[in-house]
Design a protein around this ligand. Structure first.
Ligand code: SF4
Ligand code: SF4
Length: 219
């Protein structure tokens, strides 16, 4: 059964690769592995739910009502580090400038500061919680939280894939993978934060420092 699922999951999700950065940054490969595992789990869960329930996924490009009104967006320390890296090193103007302005004025609560013109500006490095939040049948109305309005339409992620995604980042926390994976994963899960309550001005400072470094190198 497990074997069939693995075989049939081939091609359902693709791991992102940043070869030069992965050589330079030790934790990056673990994080990209973790996201690939999580995405595969999501793709399988969607496929199975569509087949079983004869319904279609409603989420799609340009639909971002959840990013506008959700009050609780889970994020973990290893994901924050990934976002910092992506925003300060990979993002380019004018998106970077727009994001900097949004982060500078972001207080506590929605909307998510990374939503720009209806799209997630950190899509390749978006947190696992965002990857796993999917809704079937119809798109969410503005302000609708489908957990309350139609719980059955909300995707239930496959727990095994979620656990494996967390197990892939244990090295980031200096946790020994061979000791007790379940316990270690629980420890990582315990680090949960709300993306909307984080002080994003810290990232603005890092973006400024990165920009200053680039200017100094160029001159
Ligand atoms: S969760 Fe709802 S609002 Fe968010 S992308 Fe899916 S359908 Fe659209
Ligand atoms: S990080 Fe991206 S996907 Fe997640 S809530 Fe913010 S804009 Fe939406």
């Amino acid at each position: 059964m497990k074997k069939n699922r693995q075989k049939s999951s081939v091609g359902l999700s693709r791991r992102l690769h940043f070869p030069d950065d992965e050589k330079r940054i030790p934790w990056l490969s673990c994080l990209l592995d973790a996201y690939a595992i999580a995405d595969t789990g999501v793709a399988i869960a969607i496929r199975d739910a569509e087949k079983k329930g004869k319904r279609r996924l409603a989420c799609g490009k340009g639909c971002g009502n959840c990013c506008v009104h959700q009050r609780d967006i889970p994020v973990y320390p290893h994901e924050l580090v990934g976002i910092y890296w992506y925003v300060s090193e990979k993002m380019t103007p004018p998106l970077r400038d727009t994001l900097k302005s949004l982060l500078s004025v972001h207080g506590i609560g929605p909307p998510c500061p990374f939503l720009i013109e209806g799209s997630c500006s950190i899509h390749p490095l978006r947190p696992i919680g965002c990857r796993q939040f999917n809704v079937f049948t119809s798109t969410c109305e503005p302000g609708e939280d489908p957990y309350y309005t139609r719980r059955d339409d909300v995707l239930v992620p496959i727990a095994g894939y979620t656990d494996r995604a967390f197990a892939a980042v244990l090295a980031f926390y200096h946790l020994d993978k061979d000791a007790d994976v379940a316990k270690a994963v629980k420890l990582v899960r315990g680090q949960i934060m709300n993306l909307l309550e984080y002080d994003w001005k810290k990232l603005v400072n890092v973006m400024d420092e990165a920009e200053a470094g680039r200017t100094a190198t160029a001159s």
